[in-house]
Design a protein around this ligand. Sequence first.
Ligand SMILES: NC(=O)c1ccc[n+]([C@@H]2O[C@H](COP(=O)([O-])OP(=O)(O)OC[C@H]3O[C@@H](n4cnc5c(N)ncnc54)[C@H](OP(=O)(O)O)[C@@H]3O)[C@@H](O)[C@H]2O)c1
Length: 165
Amino acid sequence: MKIGIVGSGSIGANAARLFVRAGHEVALSNSRGGQGLEALVEELGDRSHATTIEDTAKFGEVVLIAIPFDKYRTLPQDAFKGKVVIDAGNYYPERDGKFPELDGDETTSSEMMASHLKEARWSKALTQSISNISPVRATRVCRWRSGARFSSPVTTRRRKRLLRG
Ligand SMILES: NC(=O)c1ccc[n+]([C@@H]2O[C@H](COP(=O)([O-])OP(=O)(O)OC[C@H]3O[C@@H](n4cnc5c(N)ncnc54)[C@H](OP(=O)(O)O)[C@@H]3O)[C@@H](O)[C@H]2O)c1
């Protein structure tokens, strides 16, 4: 599958590693037209390239958005028309600035993003992922910390297979 990744920091880059290991192709972008992602592309190999946000969205059958929430209004609306979007973002007032409609529980960050990219098909995932550790370890850590199950789009056996490469 072709997967576009808008925002190639902690979450975007780690997701890209897992997608590529699973055999998918990825296009990566950031706020600088893909500049600065050369080392990541070199690490990921032939199934990856860095480009603009518009081309990332065009490339992806699915597009992962992993940018700081407060930047969502900079995303080009036309590029996401008809796209399946996975929103990995969280709202952190200390990082994003205060959004009274969120602080007052009038809406959610995903609803705000979806109303900006109104012609995309929206889903929310990976928001509780821990970017700098493996999904297998993340599962254990989250269970240990919270006693709750950690949601993941793949089974433990599949995750182990992906991580073996
Ligand atoms: N880190 C985690 O463990 C974690 C877990 C779950 C969810 N999240 C959420 O996922 C989102 C990304 O977090 P992160 O930790 O991956 O952040 P990060 O490491 O700071 O990376 C942010 C990425 O977004 C890009 N970006 C910033 N502004 C942009 C814009 N206007 N257009 C396109 N790309 C832009 C940055 O590119 P530049 O380098 O060009 O600025 C960078 O590639 C946040 O909402 C965060 O709350 C994070």
